[in-house]
Write a protein that binds this ligand. Sequence first.
Ligand SMILES: Nc1nc2c(c(=O)[nH]1)N[C@H]1C(S)=C(S)[C@@H](COP(=O)(O)OP(=O)(O)OC[C@H]3O[C@@H](n4cnc5c(=O)[nH]c(N)nc54)[C@H](O)[C@@H]3O)O[C@H]1N2
Ligand SMILES: Nc1nc2c(c(=O)[nH]1)N[C@H]1C(S)=C(S)[C@@H](COP(=O)(O)OP(=O)(O)OC[C@H]3O[C@@H](n4cnc5c(=O)[nH]c(N)nc54)[C@H](O)[C@@H]3O)O[C@H]1N2
Ligand code: SF4
Ligand SMILES: [Mo]
Length: 731
Amino acid sequence: MNSTTTARQCTLCEAHCGILVTVEDSRVTRVEGNPDDVLSKGYICPKATAMGGLHHDPDRLRTPMRRVGDGFEPVGWDEAFREIGQRLRAIRAAHGPSAIGMYIGNPAAHSSSVIYGGLLRAVLLTRNFFSASSIDQFPQEFVAWRMFGSNVLMPVTDIDRTDRLVVLGANPAVSNGSITTMPGAKSRIKAVRERGGTVVVIDPRRTETARLADEHVAVRPGGDVYLLLGMLHVLIAEKLCDERAVRARCSGWDELADLVADTTADRMAPLAGVDADTITRLARDHAAAPSAVVYARIGVCQQVTGTLTHWLVNTINAVTGNLDRAGGQMFASPAVDAARFAKYLPVGHGAWTDRSGAHKSFRSELPVAVLAEEIHTEGPGQIKAMITYAGNPVLSTPQADKLDTALESLDCYVAVDMYITETTRHADFILPPVSALEREELNLLFPIFSVHNNARYDARVFEPPTDGLDDWQILARLVTEMIPLPARRFTGRALNAVFAQFSPLRLSAAAIATGPYGVLRRGRNGLTLKKIRDTAGGVDLGPLRPRLPELIGTRDRKTNVAPTDFLAAVRTVLDETTAAAEPGYDLQLIGRRHLRSNNSWLHNIPSMVKGRDRCTVLIHPDDAAARGLADGDPATIESPVGSIVVPVEISGDIRAGVVAIPHGWGHREPGVGWSVAAALPGANVNLLHDPARVDPISGTAAVNSTWVRVNPVAAQTPDATTRFEVVAAPR
Ligand SMILES: Nc1nc2c(c(=O)[nH]1)N[C@H]1C(S)=C(S)[C@@H](COP(=O)(O)OP(=O)(O)OC[C@H]3O[C@@H](n4cnc5c(=O)[nH]c(N)nc54)[C@H](O)[C@@H]3O)O[C@H]1N2
Ligand SMILES: Nc1nc2c(c(=O)[nH]1)N[C@H]1C(S)=C(S)[C@@H](COP(=O)(O)OP(=O)(O)OC[C@H]3O[C@@H](n4cnc5c(=O)[nH]c(N)nc54)[C@H](O)[C@@H]3O)O[C@H]1N2
Ligand code: SF4
Ligand SMILES: [Mo]
């Protein structure tokens, strides 16, 4: 038997764990953790085996597809690009550049092909650009821009050296960290306690991470902004900060002190849903620890107060002396040092708005929650054509069910994806990249957010098929089609030949050689792509090092702890508290993630979906009893904008008054090409979230505190519409 083992990374989530992939007779037979990997050190989660499952999945598209009637037919690449080019150029000529919209999804960031996604977006010159960022990390980027002068400067949690880890709205024991890339998060969290430190988890649910902690604080969904204001009050009123040191490095101390002068723990406690003593103690302990860090992520991004919360998180770290020092929040020093140049890149807020005028662009991008409206609403600037790249916004974004019909109404829709999904089933063309195991590359993005500096290479496990194209090659061909060219038949071919010379890997090699560790600077001992490629698990570039003075892009080169627009916004949320319930709705809905699931697209791999039903509504025993619900009963969850049915899962781990449902489910739409997923129960939770509910500063969809009511299916209110009827799965 012919057997080979290749070292590369699992590219499914941000952790990018090192894996050893064994292939026997052209089949992946084993995926193991790579003990030599300099970042993940042998750790993998159960999803790693899906790298093989995805490669062999018979439902994965291997050839471009063109729509015919309700179905698709295979089409050659050249013919597809020619026809796409003709149709999109005609739409642009008739309606202007913004008539072509574009959406980039999460997996795009997991490959360096995304460089060409950026180029395509630039060439389109459209105002209608969207991405998963506006239901994800936009608040963190916005805060980084305001505090440090660049959206790229989102600080990393130095988990491996901290004495006190406070996790707010994140569940790294399941997600393995995000915008703090920490494969094997569980061991890293346990290690904090093993070296005598403390771990606190602030989350409405007693999560897998909370189980590893010294303390769990069950905050009210959306209550974090008040909890943090209360903590800052204590820190400043009790003089727990080294004011002189803070003034030396930060601007805005006086304004901050003024803002929190009366946000006492007593006043904030009922708004946060956390008692005043706890708030006070959290502040004192943070100041007293030798090093301490608040790590916050998606739970508090997807809030109407997302930006304010992340600003207060960074501010608490800064004023307690935990910014840019070991054990606090730091900035990585990767081999391709994009952050170093980030301060020179314009960010921009409000360069344009959506057509309603309600939503401002942020770094030249509009909030995804308005995508369906921008397709549906007629008039100048209407989106007539779309390109989606590695995204499934029909399941992953709140659109009040309008995106489905919107995509269907387009004059032309091109999807770069390897599956016929809830989203891409509406496409006129689906252009599938080769599988991840057929790619060779070096990820440029995640080393910027890693807990330990590293440079790692992704080797090919399989040779790509001769007619296969990688994402970057597909995107480059689309760029060629969208650039105005004279004598296109000849110049187009020439341009394609030029792009072919500039693979992301070649660009990475050049960036490494000229980067801070590169041969050009360090001579013979310097780093090259070849040296990285020749290692068993990447190159260790050392622990995080203080470097904010070199990176910061604010005018006075200080961290701004009191941006004026944030101060004003806090006064507003203190006046009209976000705690106010929606009349008729009595429970707050939050999300959750599962170790074997990854957003919407791993549900077609049998080993990832075996076992009990995952798309359930988690509800506190008291709330279930009050509604006559037993474990496993189908329940209707209704919000002011939608309704779904999923089985009940009763759990004392969730705060009373709160329910949790995972996103990325509901694959039963006709025409979806995921044969395994299409047979699963589950519903699209984003049908419950109101697209109009966004963080007013960053435009991020606020899906983590929607007011709902939950009832047995029989008691369903007559006007409720149920699109994804399911029966409780046997357990
Ligand atoms: N209610 C609620 N909604 C959420 C969230 C939540 O917590 N709650 N989380 C949000 C977050 S954080 C995110 S990141 C988004 C994700 O939202 P999206 O990025 O829109 O969706 P995904 O589910 O990641 O779908 C990825 C798509 O890319 C395709 N794909 C996978 N790999 C590749 C590749 O290498 N190349 C190409 N071309 N295609 C590929 C898959 O087939 C799939 O169709 O969901 C968001 N939605
Ligand atoms: N297994 C797995 N791993 C993943 C993913 C996946 O789908 N599955 N997705 C990847 C992606 S795209 C991302 S962005 C990351 C996200 O990584 P995380 O941010 O760790 O994601 P979640 O597990 O959704 O954790 C969010 C937590 O916030 C809590 N929460 C909700 N509302 C509030 C609130 O108002 N206040 C507070 N304090 N907490 C709240 C939820 O209960 C939940 O525990 O994970 C990545 N890793
Ligand atoms: S945590 Fe799991 S899914 Fe994420 S990179 Fe590691 S093995 Fe892959
Ligand atoms: Mo995400």
